[in-house]
Design a binder for this molecule. Sequence first.
Ligand code: GTP
Ligand code: MG
Length: 308
Amino acid sequence: MNKRCIGCGIILQDKDEQVLGYTPDLKNAYCRRCFRLKNYGEKKEETIDDTKIIEKVNKQECIVFFLCDYLNINRITISLFKKIKPKKYFVISKTDTLRREMKEEKIKLWLKTVYNIEEAILFISSNPQFKSNNIFKVMDEEKINTCYLMGLTNVGKSTFLNKLLKENKIKKEILASDKPNTTLDFIKIKIGDYIVYDTPGFSYENSILAITKKEIKPISYRITPNSSLVINNYEFFFSTPNKVVYYGLVPITRKFTQISGNIRVNIPANHDIVLPGIGFLNIKEPCVVLTNMPNLEVRLNSSGGANE
Ligand SMILES: Nc1nc2c(ncn2[C@@H]2O[C@H](COP(=O)(O)OP(=O)(O)OP(=O)(O)O)[C@@H](O)[C@H]2O)c(=O)[nH]1
Ligand SMILES: [Mg+2]
């Protein structure tokens, strides 16, 4: 049987240095890429075929835990979730990054109303100080012993699996990192009677993906008429006064000039402009925004009860 790299799941080979999975010695546990990523933080970009991953999982008899951190909940990730056919759970990962005032029940209700999520919603964190939903208990209830951890790259799939391994005193470590697409192939891990698969993460087609690591700290802005907010090449111009709260992971700047974008978007009161891979802007007052961001998603805000 082909031996797989414990770091990323790819089949190990000692024939071609230019091909993924290369190791000079097949006795090694890690391929050369993972060895270098682990020891020197080096990594080349790899592309993952989202459709193939979903097609493969859709043929399995299993449960899918679809991980998504709070800032990456948007119509792109939700549409990936909806393509998954086996029994699935929507799992909010990295709950240690949520503000303490946010209530799980309120977030659940918002996901149901705004994104029509009918499935059960769970909350997990890899931080040992935070209580996670027990996925093994869920598997017992469903009477299925195989599960797949799926989701965008960097949402914490491998870190969560490492937490499960540690809690079950299994000395194995899957590679987890700040770099996108750390996991390259399915990694099968047996924990007692359960089989947990780690999978390669999906990526946004036209967007960066900033990594949620610390508590999300909203930043409030009082918008003066005829000024803009600029985030990662995207500009949002307001002609009327407003109050905006930014929940995001990349720097935001203000500009007091008209912008280049000419797409007009109507924003109802307390709605978000969604910034895939970054977070969102919560716009408090109804307004028209001028922007250069195409296909903008506007949705009802969820503060999870934090702003009530
Ligand atoms: N604060 C916080 N950070 C986390 C948590 N889980 C993972 N991270 C961080 O998020 C980054 C990505 O974690 P990974 O476990 O490699 O993510 P992944 O989903 O396996 O990514 P791919 O293999 O690329 O699909 C790492 O820097 C982790 O330290 C968590 O529960 N809380
Ligand atoms: Mg991974």
